[in-house]
Design a protein around this ligand. Structure first.
Ligand code: HPA
Length: 265
């Protein structure tokens, strides 16, 4: 952990130098479908190849930009837009997964916004629908923390920011996000297990990052774009192409929504 923190501090210093900024206010990880939110939220003041910054890995997933961007929001606050999420299934370990969050914290952020594309368990949901994450179940059997580090995860997904999101769009539904390790999609039986446990959304990111964010003292807000109904809930097989397509279709609407929320933080 100490080395992870040091790496995050080194990365933060490089970003400060490259963007000529002292600090940021918000870290923003944009998952599948969410990339345009940053363009609508404010004005870009720097765009850096993540591969030039210590600790980031080349994204392996189409739909992730591989860029770190510093954006001056319309609200006047500054956001670091992390378009280079490392997923747990890439095998680089939990510190790599948590790096974007820790770099945001090292840059002085107080809020971490985590977004993703995910499968929906609730039958009333449709592909293209954004939902607020209310809580999570971490089924990776890992933690980004180690040692006797007993971090409280009550109200991990900030009730304050969820309320702000509902002020922007009162029709938004909320759900419990279940992080599976991936990279395979779940079996229908696993989806039923997640449902029985109280889960509403299945995906392969976010929960580990949210834990790292809480540990770093950040207030967390999470949103999922439902790109498909989860395996067995939808009657057709899942495909990555379908996930990307749903993301592209929903992008203008969810980008605007997220840009509005971010500017109220
Ligand atoms: N499961 C897990 N991850 C996902 C899904 C899904 O159904 N859709 C998009 N990412």
């Amino acid at each position: 952990m100490e080395t992870a923190k040091k790496l995050a501090e080194d990365a933060a210093q490089k970003i400060k130098d490259a963007a000529d900024i002292e600090s940021i206010d918000i870290g923003l990880t944009l998952g599948s479908g969410w990339a345009k939110a940053a363009d609508l939220a404010g004005e870009e003041i720097a765009s850096i190849d993540a591969s030039e910054i210590p600790g980031f890995h080349k994204p392996s997933v189409a739909g992730h930009t591989g860029k770190l961007r510093v954006v001056k929001l319309d609200s006047g606050k500054h956001a670091l837009v992390v378009g280079a999420r490392t997923h747990f299934y890439e095998g680089y370990g939990v510190d790599a997964v948590s790096h974007g969050v820790r770099v945001s914290a090292a840059l002085g952020a107080e809020v971490m916004v985590l977004t993703n594309g995910a499968g929906g368990i609730k039958e009333s949901w449709s592909p293209g629908q954004p939902v607020i994450i209310s809580d999570h179940i971490n089924l990776t059997a890992h933690s980004p923390l180690s040692g006797a580090n007993f971090v409280d995860l009550t109200d991990l997904y900030s009730p304050r920011i969820r309320k702000i999101a509902l002020e922007v769009d009162e029709t938004l539904d909320q759900g419990v996000y279940v992080q599976f390790p991936g990279p395979h999609y779940e079996t229908p039986a696993e989806v039923q297990m997640a449902k029985a446990m109280g889960g509403d959304i299945v995906g392969m990111s976010t929960a580990l990052e949210a834990i790292a964010a809480r540990e770093a003292g950040l207030e967390v807000f999470g949103m999922s774009l439902i790109t498909n109904l989860a395996a067995g809930i939808q009657k057709t097989p899942l495909s990555h192409a379908e996930v990307i397509e749903a993301g592209q279709k929903a992008e203008p609407v969810i980008a605007k929504l997220l840009a509005q929320i971010i500017n109220k933080l």
